[in-house]
Design a protein around this ligand. Structure first.
Ligand SMILES: C[S@@+](CC[C@H](N)C(=O)[O-])C[C@H]1O[C@@H](n2cnc3c(N)ncnc32)[C@H](O)[C@@H]1O
Length: 243
């Protein structure tokens, strides 16, 4: 998938992440750096998989594969899709370096090539905010879930006063300045709104968690780096396909 095959908004999004692929993992909060973050992610992933083993999982907008690898290490069969070729290149390199098996494919998270009912779990971290059609994407993610399957979204609601302790913030970039008005969830949506959307789309067993442990771990990291610790509103929200 080349940028000429994407509409201009998606081409700008893909260009942004292609440009940042090499440094993405070292940017703040993208990887696990301290034991408190490890513990928080273990708890969050326990909430997401809810005790189920051997799931067919899809990571929509997988980037360099953070969630894909967390799930693969737990024994799930994972497919990661992203439209940014350089992000996928990083993901494939990491899979090879760590001896992990994940099927990474280039594709549009809003228009999946998978037949209906292909997966038991669809996960997505930090992606809804950057989609031009987030509600259609949620429909698509639900379409590929089997009866009883689960959709889990990890996201945040971004405070304009929050100064990300990293070299670049997407929302301040030239690419996003040009297209931000066409991204309905830019800035993030509260967990309550995502839960309401899941309910409206027929999911059941809906819940969310404010990931206070992850927020606290990030604040500890900021403090360790000599920065003023700032809390960031984050959450994981989930819902199940009936059946
Ligand atoms: C903030 S990054 C998050 C990456 C990864 N989910 C993570 O948590 O580390 C957003 C990712 O979504 C991808 N993305 C955005 N819109 C997409 C779309 N329509 N189809 C596929 N990937 C998309 C970008 O290329 C980028 O890799």
């Amino acid at each position: 998938m080349t940028s000429s095959q994407l509409d201009p908004v998606k081409a700008a999004v893909a260009a942004h992440w292609n440009r940042r692929a090499a440094s993405f993992d070292s940017d703040f909060g993208h990887s696990i750096a301290i034991p408190e973050e490890r513990a928080a992610w273990d708890r969050i992933l326990d909430l997401v998989v809810a005790g189920r083993d051997g799931l067919d999982a899809l990571d929509a907008g997988c980037g360099t594969g953070f969630l894909s690898f967390e799930l693969a290490r737990r024994g799930h069969r994972v497919t990661g899709i992203d439209f940014a070729a350089s992000m996928l290149e990083e993901a494939r390199r990491k899979a090879a370096d760590n001896g992990l098996t994940v099927r990474f494919e280039q594709g549009d998270a809003e228009n999946l090539r998978f037949p209906a009912a292909s997966f038991d779990l669809v996960v997505s971290r930090h992606v809804l905010w950057t989609l031009p059609h987030p509600e259609a994407a949620i429909d698509e993610w639900i379409r590929v879930l089997r009866p009883g399957g689960r959709l889990a979204v990890i996201d945040g609601q971004f405070d304009p006063n929050f100064i990300a302790p990293q070299r670049e913030n997407a929302r301040d970039s030239g690419e996003y300045a040009a297209i931000g008005g066409q991204l309905p969830f830019l800035g993030g949506r509260p967990a309550t709104e995502i839960e309401a959307l899941f309910r409206a789309k027929g999911l059941t067993g809906i819940g969310s968690d404010p990931v206070a442990d992850l927020v606290a771990a990030h604040m500890a990291r900021m403090e360790q780096a000599g920065r003023e610790p700032q809390a960031r509103r984050r959450y994981v929200a989930w819902g199940n396909v009936p059946g």
